[in-house]
Design a protein around this ligand. Structure first.
Ligand code: CAA
Length: 282
């Protein structure tokens, strides 16, 4: 299996960063989303990130334009995903949205192509029901920001072939990531561990036991770059909410008990990307 051209569907928080990672590794990337203005914003965020890396000497100045020129943008899967060897979906964590994208990808990709999902917690077995070529479908879970975070969870679904998993593990290593092969279980490894913490931190605020800033100050004092509430704002409270909903359905109703995150999301306070979440951001 050779991966010479990649498509990323969804140019949001994760998708734009995943596209950047592959383009930095020298691969041509099709970045696909529903509207051109989302794609333009994604490209400008990638440009800012590359310029910052150049200013820190992490890449050469001429690489900024070279990397950007490897990323083409499309508003249709049919056009953008044609001829790619690997397509990764990074659309919102909703099964209805993901199922549409997966079906559209399978309809246009060659039978040899691999489809990855960047889902952070939905079971691969649940998503693979929308595909016929299940042996070439797996989880490719990056962490935010993809260009900085090395870890990638590579998730083998019940019908994913070993050859697909091995090839994607090799690909991830070749682009400088640290892939970890994980089982198909709710939340995989990282978010399965983080789920109870997210619930706990939300309940702490629900019950007025502590303020986000107080808890975050403690975690920062331990040397972490962000406290838990800053991290939730960074990841997106809509993403955290979907994760808690999924856990409430799959693991325990207790995950549905937290109020604050739902209240913030209903007001549009989705975290850093919205300028407000637990905190106000510039
Ligand atoms: N592009 C390029 N470089 C970036 C960048 C970007 N988008 N974001 C951060 N960096 C670089 C910075 O340039 C800096 O490198 P230099 O020292 O060479 O300049 C380095 O990362 C550190 O950044 P900052 O100094 O600006 O700020 P920081 O020290 O707070 O780091 C951070 C930012 C890397 C995001 C850090 O706060 C961090 O690691 N936070 C935790 C991130 C984390 O845990 N992510 C996982 C979230 S869970 C998830 O994503 C999955 C899920 O399923 C929901």
């Amino acid at each position: 299996m050779k991966f010479e051209k990649v498509a990323v569907v969804g140019a949001g928080e994760m998708g734009h960063g995943i596209a950047e990672v592959f383009a930095l590794a020298g691969l041509p990337v099709s970045l696909i989303d529903v509207k051109q203005d989302i794609l333009d914003r994604a490209k400008s965020r990638i440009a800012d990130s590359l310029k910052h890396m150049a200013s820190r000497g992490r890449i050469k100045p001429e690489q900024v334009d070279q990397v950007l020129s490897r990323i083409s943008t499309y508003t249709s899967i049919e056009e953008g995903a044609r001829g790619v060897d690997l397509a990764i979906e990074a659309v919102p964590e909703r099964i209805d949205v993901k199922s549409q994208v997966l079906k559209a990808l399978e309809a246009v990709l060659s039978p040899d192509a691999v489809i990855g999902t960047n889902t952070s917690s939905i079971l691969i077995s649940e998503l693979s029901q929308f595909l016929s070529r299940k042996d070439r479908f797996l989880g490719t879970h990056f962490f935010n920001p993809p260009v900085v975070m090395k870890l990638v969870e590579v998730v083998k679904g019940p019908e994913t072939s070993d050859a697909t998993v091995d090839a994607v593990m090799e690909l991830m290593k070749s682009i400088g990531k640290v892939p970890v092969r994980v089982k198909d279980s709710v939340g995989f490894i990282v978010n399965r561990i983080e789920g109870p913490e997210l619930l706990y931190f939300c309940l702490l605020v629900d019950r007025g036991l502590a303020k986000p800033s107080e808890v975050d100050a403690f975690f920062r004092s331990q040397g972490l770059p962000m406290g838990p509430y800053e991290l939730m704002d960074y990841v997106g409270l809509d993403v955290v909410q979907e994760l808690l909903k999924y856990y409430a359905a799959k693991l325990s109703k207790d995950y549905g008990k937290c109020r604050t995150i739902g209240d913030l999301v209903s007001k549009g306070y989705l975290g850093m990307k919205a300028g407000r979440g637990f905190y106000e951001w510039e």
